[in-house]
Write a protein that binds this ligand. Structure first.
Ligand SMILES: O=c1ccn([C@H]2C[C@H](O)[C@@H](COP(=O)(O)OP(=O)(O)OP(=O)(O)O)O2)c(=O)[nH]1
Length: 127
C-alpha cells in the first residue's frame, strides 16, 4: 500500500540531506507479521530520492506514527509536500528462528565462499 507524506509544511531536502517524514499513520500489525517500508523507484529515478534504512521495519508492537527516512541522493533540492506519495508498505509474515548450537555445519558445494565467490571469472552478461 502507498504511504503519503503528512508534514505540517513542505519539507525541503538539500542534496545529501535526510529527514524523517511523517505519514500520519499508526497501525496495529498482528503478532507474527511486520511492516516493511520500501522506497519508490520512480522517485529514485526522477529525483534521486531514496530511503536511508530501506527496508524500514515496522514492528508488530509499535504503536507510534510510521515515519519514512528519506534521503536526497540527487544533485538538486527536493521538496516533499503534504500528500506526496513517498514510499510503499508491505505487511509480511516473519519467521521467528530458534538458534541451536552445533559442533559443525553440513557440507555444501559453496562452503564458506561468499561475497561474489560464485561470480568470479565470468564475463558480464554471459550468465
Ligand atoms: O522506516 C521506519 C523504520 C522504523 N519505524 C518505526 C517502527 C519500528 O517498529 C520502530 C523501530 O524501528 P527499528 O526497530 O528499525 O529501530 P531501532 O533502531 O532498532 O530502534 P528500537 O530500539 O526502537 O527498536 O520505528 C518507522 O516508523 N519507519
Amino acid at each position: 500500500m502507498d504511504l503519503y507524506a503528512c508534514p505540517d509544511v513542505p519539507m525541503v531536502l538539500a542534496p545529501g540531506e535526510r529527514a524523517l517524514v511523517p505519514t500520519g499513520l499508526a497501525m496495529e500489525i498482528p503478532d507474527g507479521y511486520e511492516g516493511q517500508v520500501r522506497p519508490r523507484s520512480g522517485l529514485a529515478l526522477r529525483l534521486g530520492l531514496g530511503m536511508v534504512n530501506a527496508p524500514g521495519t515496522i514492528d508488530s508492537d509499535y504503536r507510534g506514527e510510521v515515519g519514512v527516512l528519506l534521503i536526497n541522493l540527487g544533485q538538486d533540492e527536493v521538496t516533499v509536500n503534504p500528500g506526496d506519495r513517498i514510499a510503499q508498505l508491505v505487511i509480511t509474515p516473519v519467521v521467528q528462528a530458534r538458534l541451536v548450537e552445533v559442533g559443525e555445519l553440513s557440507p555444501t558445494r559453496r562452503g564458506e565462499g561468499g561475497f561474489g565467490h560464485t561470480g568470479r571469472g565470468r564475463k558480464k552478461g554471459h550468465g
